[in-house]
Design a protein around this ligand. Structure first.
Ligand SMILES: NC(=O)c1ccc[n+]([C@@H]2O[C@H](COP(=O)([O-])OP(=O)(O)OC[C@H]3O[C@@H](n4cnc5c(N)ncnc54)[C@H](OP(=O)(O)O)[C@@H]3O)[C@@H](O)[C@H]2O)c1
Length: 177
């Protein structure tokens, strides 16, 4: 895939982005919503106890940032309904297992049947992190993500970004067997 093909490729696609409150994820989400508003859905996985605290984190740590100003201006009074239509919040934690800590089975089923793209940006970026925490998120979390991805029947692309490498995998069902 050429770089210029990415925007048309994302039309009508369902994407899961992990690490939703992080630096890179915010930039990724804002840009995708701005340049490809015909994206189907962006599932945003973030650490939260429940839907309400996930919504609060989205508002306070993502949407309220100045980064989203242009998007807000572009959509005006329709901004909130645009977001509601495009964003699905996924309270979860990639360190918790291959279900990614998602408690609602129907939400997991929906992602397994609908996701076309997964972008894994969840990580601890603290270089002095406790060993078990770093292992749980940055190593086992990545493994859990791959196991989760294998259940996604439509998945075409899995992007994993880490401190030492960024990998883009074009995913075909055959290659997982
Ligand atoms: N920023 C850069 O310039 C850059 C350059 C090259 C590579 N990278 C790599 O890209 C990745 C993302 O970087 P970043 O700068 O966006 O990092 P960041 O700002 O520290 O964000 C990390 C995100 O991961 C989330 N997270 C941490 N542990 C989690 C878990 N167990 N389950 C789910 N989410 C979890 C954090 O959520 P909480 O808010 O809940 O803690 C936060 O949203 C990292 O692997 C980093 O090394 C970044």
């Amino acid at each position: 895939m050429e770089f210029g093909d990415v925007i048309p490729f994302l039309e009508n696609k369902n994407i899961l982005v992990t690490g939703a409150t992080g630096f890179l994820a915010k930039i990724f989400v804002e840009k995708k919503l701005r340049v490809q508003p015909n994206i189907q859905k962006i599932y945003l996985l973030l650490r939260a106890e429940d839907d309400n605290s996930a919504l609060q984190r989205l508002q306070n740590e993502v949407i309220e940032r100045d980064l989203f100003r242009v998007l807000k201006e572009n959509w005006g009074s329709n901004f909130n309904s645009f977001l509601t239509q495009k964003i699905v919040l996924v309270p979860g934690d990639v360190s918790l297992g291959e279900d990614l800590g998602v408690k609602e089975p129907t939400l997991s089923q929906k992602m397994w049947s609908q996701l076309d793209v997964i972008v894994n940006l969840a990580a601890t970026t603290n270089f002095d992190e406790r060993y078990d925490v770093a292992l749980g998120t940055n190593t086992l979390g990545a493994e859990h993500l791959v196991r989760f991805a294998k259940k996604c029947v439509r998945l075409q692309v899995l992007v994993h970004v880490s401190t030492v490498s960024s990998n883009l995998m074009f995913y075909t069902r055959k290659s997982t067997n």
